[in-house]
Design a protein around this ligand. Structure first.
Ligand SMILES: [Zn+2]
Length: 326
């Protein structure tokens, strides 16, 4: 059983949620949460809305949510990329060179996904558990209000067994910033500078470990855009030029893989699409294949999320249905 499936079954089965004498008010559902299939749509239904893809490192969004980000932008969102670290601990050469290489890759990722601008917050790589979360939160709230961000894509703040502090600190501070940005008293200096309260309405959370999945996004028309974004990560991660490297390594041994084609570009794209995103996905990314996930829902390629949408009040409908003249 896959880790994600196991957790979903376990959690919604209520085995530990209801095993205490202090029962929670609303019993958990007896079955797994309904999974909504988000399909591609024509036109620009999201025109006028703003999306922020938020990642600690330059390879996170491309690996786990590149297809969904490309889809949402294509369907009308104005998109931004926020990278929270400086990625100094991955790459080759001196520290400054590694920072520069990752910054360039991040710009290329944004371009591949159709994102308008990158905000690099430059916290030190792998050290985000030492930062001031309140300072970080103020910076994110400032961006949410400034850019009027409606929707975010980020790591799941409650994803279990996440071992990278940059991942869980970023996700948890994003979670808090999304609602606090909508309050009219917090960070009054931002409001005095002319910004307005603005809460994030929709959240797509991805995870490397077990999480509650309630949305599967059909990324079939965007799989090649996802591959493109992953080709851009030359400095770190499982993608970049690894296909060309494998092709060269095999050639030195007088071997070839037909899958990798006859040139470096073909090798890189084929390696990412077929190896990283598909049959070696669990090893390369720590999650099941995008293709395997899609097959489960009758789709060709898919990405999974815990989606949190806007809460809609039923009060107006109740009043109109039940109110009577005095
Ligand atoms: Zn990362």
């Amino acid at each position: 059983m896959k880790r994600r499936d196991f957790f979903t079954d376990f959690l919604v089965g209520g085995a530990f949620l209801t095993s205490h004498t202090q029962q929670i008010t609303t019993p958990p559902p007896a079955t797994a949460p309904e999974v909504f299939i988000e399909r591609p749509v024509t036109g620009k239904p999201h025109a006028g809305k703003v999306l922020a893809a938020i990642q600690p490192h330059t390879d996170d969004i491309p690996i786990f949510a590149g297809g969904t980000v490309a889809k949402l932008v294509s369907e009308g969102y104005t998109g931004y990329l926020i990278r929270t670290t400086n990625d100094e601990m991955v790459g080759t050469g001196m520290t400054g060179q590694r920072v520069l290489d990752n910054e360039r890759d991040t710009a290329a990722v944004a371009k591949a996904l159709g994102l308008q601008k990158v905000f690099d917050l430059e916290y030190r790589n792998h050290q985000m558990d030492e930062i001031s979360r309140v300072e970080f939160r103020a910076r994110l709230i400032n961006l949410i209000r400034l850019l009027k961000i409606d929707t975010i894509v980020c790591y799941d703040p409650w994803g279990l067994y996440e071992e990278n502090p940059d991942h869980y600190v970023t996700a948890q501070v994003v979670e808090a910033s999304c609602w606090m940005a909508g309050l009219d008293l917090d960070y009054p200096e931002q409001l005095a500078a002319g910004l307005q309260p603005h809460a994030v309405q929709e959240k797509y959370y991805f995870a490397r470990g077990p999480q509650i999945v309630n949305r599967v996004v059909d990324i079939s028309p965007y799989i090649d855009r996802k591959v493109e974004a992953n080709v851009a990560n030359k400095t770190q991660g499982p993608c970049g030029d690894n296909g060309a490297r494998l092709r060269a390594k095999l050639a030195a041994q007088k071997l070839q893989l037909p899958l990798l084609g006859h040139d470096d570009d073909t090798a890189n794209r084929a390696y990412i699409k077929n190896i990283v995103l598909d049959f070696d996905s669990s090893y390369q990314r720590g999650i099941p294949s995008d293709k395997e996930l899609g097959r489960k829902y009758g789709l060709e390629w898919a990405e999974a999320f815990h989606y949190i949408g806007p809460r809609l009040s039923q009060l107006d409908r109740y009043i109109s249905a039940n109110s009577a003249p005095l």
